[in-house]
Design a protein around this ligand. Structure first.
Ligand SMILES: Nc1ncnc2c1ncn2[C@@H]1O[C@H](COP(=O)(O)OP(=O)(O)O)[C@@H](O)[C@H]1O
Ligand SMILES: [Mg+2]
Length: 378
């Protein structure tokens, strides 16, 4: 077996395996250095989290950095808990420090502290509503007490719009604006929700951050990046094959990485689009059960719409006569509400050119098995 696979499909492993993003990294770093908070918006899988990790690496020698993913949070209490945990555990690494910090800033809340065999400490809150506020206050007090400047990235930030507590944003904003040495990056993929908070004059964070949208990686830079790894192992690499892969997935990072990862795994280079076909087949096969389950759990109207959109690729007028009758979708009103539902659940994506199946692999699955899994369901 040769060296480890350089095409990551999860996480971040330093500059060697990270392609480009030089301008975006510099822009983010300079915003932070100049005391501006940043909102980073792009669809899923473009590379937001990777970019944040890369920025954190660059800033690490001058800033303390904290990364928090709030995708799994459902309430202000969840947020307060994970925020406290991530902040304290990222900034205090020694066990005695953690314990004394908890005592000083969270005294009355009494989190459970459990020492781990490796010498670190694991701890957690179980917060009820009123304690959530107290915990947030404790965390912000702790942040204020730090000497070094801090950069905090909160990923999947649109999630706070889904909390039952309507005041969450205003509450966070009120704490954040009084922390001159703490800088925030708010990242999110749902444009409508993120805009509601940061771009709309009625949003709690209106005008308080730089708004940055992330595009896909430049094709030529990506091609050079990929080609170098194959060349280093004396494996063939076809520029045309790479370009075809890039076009097939509109350059979206995760899909390109996932295909390259599989092509690399075969160990015989990247020669033709056939290599991409094989990789895509394997990626889709792998998800067959998941997709099947996802599809089956949709309403009949949603299933029909998903298939119709997948068949077309991009649909600019989903309630137009032609689309409705070509795919026997029934009434425009039924389709409208199915669209709203599927967009809200990120199964459909509204691009500049029209609606498409959000997960490209799911789109391929829907097209591929158009006949066969229909018979399996009934
Ligand atoms: N600049 C990059 N070079 C190489 N791989 C990247 C780059 N940015 C992201 N990735 C990889 O692409 C995948 C998706 O990126 P991620 O940052 O998770 O996207 P997002 O947060 O926008 O959903 C991850 O597997 C990540 O490792
Ligand atoms: Mg992400």
């Amino acid at each position: 077996m040769n060296r480890s696979n350089p095409f990551l499909t999860a996480g971040y492993d330093g500059p060697e395996t990270f392609c480009d993003r030089e301008r975006e990294t510099a822009d983010l770093v300079s915003a932070i250095e100049n005391g501006r908070n940043v909102t980073l918006i792009a669809p899923r899988r473009y590379g937001k989290t990777g970019l944040i990790r890369n920025v954190m690496r660059v800033l690490a020698d001058r800033y303390d950095t904290v990364y928090i993913d709030i995708y799994a949070t459902e309430s202000l209490s969840d947020f307060a808990r994970i925020f406290a945990e991530r902040v304290v555990s990222s900034l205090e690494t020694k066990r005695e420090k953690v314990v004394s910090t908890l005592g000083r800033f969270f005294g009355s809340l009494r989190p459970t502290v459990s020492p781990q065999p490796d010498g670190s400490v694991k701890w957690s809150f179980d917060l009820a509503q009123p304690e959530a506020k107290a915990s947030l206050e404790g965390t912000f007090e702790f942040l204020k007490s730090r000497k070094r400047p801090i950069m905090i990235a909160i990923d999947e930030f649109q999630q706070v719009r889904k909390y039952p507590e309507a005041n969450t944003e205003a509450l966070l904003r009120s704490y954040i604006q009084f922390l001159p040495d703490v800088h925030f990056v708010f990242a999110g993929s749902q444009l409508r929700l993120m805009s509601g908070m940061f771009v709309s004059p009625r949003g709690a964070f209106y005008n308080s951050t730089d708004i940055m949208s992330l595009d896909v990686i430049d094709r030529k830079k990506y091609r050079d990046f990929a080609g170098r790894f194959f060349a280093a192992e004396a494996m063939p690499f076809s520029k045309a094959a790479f370009d075809e892969l890039y076009r097939r997935f509109d350059g979206i990072t995760w899909y390109v990485q996932s295909v390259l990862n599989r092509v690399w795994q075969k160990g015989s280079g990247f020669r033709t689009r056939r290599d991409t076909d094989d990789a895509v087949k394997s990626l889709v096969d792998n998800r067959n059960l998941v997709f099947f389950d996802l599809f089956r759990s949709q309403s009949e109207a949603s299933r029909a719409l998903l298939k119709a959109v997948a068949a077309e690729g991009v649909v600019s007028a989903p309630t137009g006569k032609a689309f409705l009758s070509d795919h026997s979708l029934g009434a425009a009103s039924t389709v409208s509400s199915a669209i709203e539902n599927l967009v809200g659940r990120e199964l459909l994506y509204k691009s500049e050119n029209g609606y498409m199946v959000y997960d490209r692999l799911f789109g391929i699955w829907l097209r591929r098995d158009m006949v066969s899994h229909h018979s399996k369901i009934t």
